[in-house]
Design a binder for this molecule. Structure first.
Ligand SMILES: *Cc1c(COP(=O)(O)O)cnc(C)c1O
Length: 415
């Protein structure tokens, strides 16, 4: 079949899938530029249509006119706890087990300190070699301070050898940012608990896209990102989860005043707020929190299971079209839906040029060093039609040899 024939057949099939998609209506809640196929929502989620108005009001009225009064009047004080309450169901957590604060990097540092404190006498942190770099850097930094050891594993098969009773915490990222491989967090948690260690999971590529369920997994600690699948906007604050069973003994590794039981008592001594609230850190980023609240509202009425089902269906469709029409690409993402995050990654020797050629054709995915082209499938904003268009353009780029100018630049961007 010629290129045009299969492309129009795929467009018809995609239109049917979109018409039957129970989440299709969500797309209206976001602004997306005309004519762009956006497959990078796993780096920066699309903007909720409510965000410009909300931020404008916060800046001009709340900040400009009402000034300091807005902390109470406009609910600036409660913005982070409101965000945590809206987010908790997407994690399978209770609202008071979640704190919205800081960046993921800072939260990884806080929770590694928490884990080491909750397991006194144990000084080893086990992580994956392929972790997102900031997680590894932060772990190295924390362990340089505590005098502990970082033990790296390549994959779940190496866990049994790495886990022993020196391990304080096993920390994995649920979805590998390069390949899209999804770990079985429940199984990983069980393995950690069997040696008396805690389990921590990085949900940056999960929250808002997958059926995260921290209670069912029995994971102890988690961090996640606000600007990817939660649509909170660039630099939106991240989140931490701490299972309730650890709240009584929970240390405050960064005892800042917004985590104080009575911040405005201005006392000399730090008295921790109850539970996870003690992890709140310093003054919250109010403007960024408005963006995050818009992002969370844009997901209102949607369950994590529904988002996961959509992400799975998009991924299956993408992989099918690739197998049929771009056989020269190696799909790195596992074919089994349960082992796959909300992305499809392919390996190609000239992946950088491939991604650049696609961007020139208004299909925005991204490149990961040295040979990976990655396509994020944000379930709230991606249509099956986007997937069909993306594969049509991919196949056209490959047919036209537009991926030929294949110099791989030095890595510059990493989210
Ligand atoms: C996006 C991402 C981060 C980002 O951390 P920041 O502190 O927000 O820069 C961290 N870890 C993982 C696994 C990520 O995917």
């Amino acid at each position: 079949m010629g290129q045009t024939r299969w492309v129009s057949a795929a467009a018809d099939r995609a239109a049917q899938l979109d018409a039957a998609d129970p989440l299709a209506h969500l797309r209206e809640r976001y602004h997306l530029p005309d004519g762009v196929v956006y497959l990078d929502g796993n780096s920066l989620g699309a903007m909720p249509v409510t965000a410009p108005g909300r931020l404008h009001r916060t800046v001009t009225h709340e900040w400009g006119e009402r000034l300091i009064r807005s902390w109470n009047e406009a609910g600036w004080f409660t913005a982070a706890t409101r965000a945590a309450a809206a987010l908790a169901p997407l994690l399978g957590a209770d609202p008071d087990e979640v704190v919205v604060a800081d960046s993921t990097s800072v939260n990884v540092a806080k929770l590694l300190h928490v884990a080491l404190a909750l397991r006194p006498g144990r000084q080893v942190v086990v992580m994956e070699r392929g972790s997102f770099p900031t997680d590894l850097y932060v772990a190295q930094g924390v362990l340089a301070m505590t005098g502990g050891e970082l033990r790296l594993v390549a994959d779940p098969a190496e866990l049994p050898d790495a886990l022993d009773d020196d391990v304080a915490v096993l920390a994995v990222t649920e979805v590998d940012f390069r390949t899209g491989l999804r770990w079985d967090v429940g199984a990983v948690t069980g393995a950690a608990h069997r040696v008396g260690a805690l389990a921590m999971v990085d949900l940056c590529h999960s929250t808002g896209a997958l059926d995260v369920d921290v209670h069912r997994w029995e994971v102890d600690l988690a961090v996640g990102c606000g600007y990817k699948f939660l649509h909170g906007g660039p630099g939106a604050p991240a989140h931490c989860y701490v299972a309730r069973r650890h709240h009584d003994a929970l240390p405050a590794p960064l005892p800042a005043w917004f985590g104080h039981a009575e911040p405005f008592a201005m006392s000399e001594q730090f008295t921790p707020a109850p539970g996870v609230a003690r992890l709140a850190g310093g003054t919250p980023p109010v403007l960024s929190l408005q963006g995050l609240l818009c992002g969370l509202e844009s997901l209102r009425g949607v369950t994590a299971a529904q988002l996961n089902a959509k992400a799975t269906a998009l991924g299956t469709y993408f992989a099918e079209l690739l197998a049929e029409h771009c056989p020269q690409l190696t799909v790195l993402t596992p074919p089994e839906p349960a082992r796959r995050g909300a992305q499809i990654s392919v390996r190609h020797p000239r992946a950088y040029a491939l991604v650049q050629a696609l961007i020139a054709r208004d299909v925005i995915g991204d490149f990961r060093h040295p040979d990976i082209a990655r396509f994020g499938l944000a379930p709230a904003t991606t249509r099956f039609a986007d997937v069909a268009l993306a594969v049509a353009q991919l196949s056209a780029v490959l047919d036209a040899g537009e991926d030929a100018a294949g110099l791989i630049p030095a890595p510059t961007s990493v989210t």
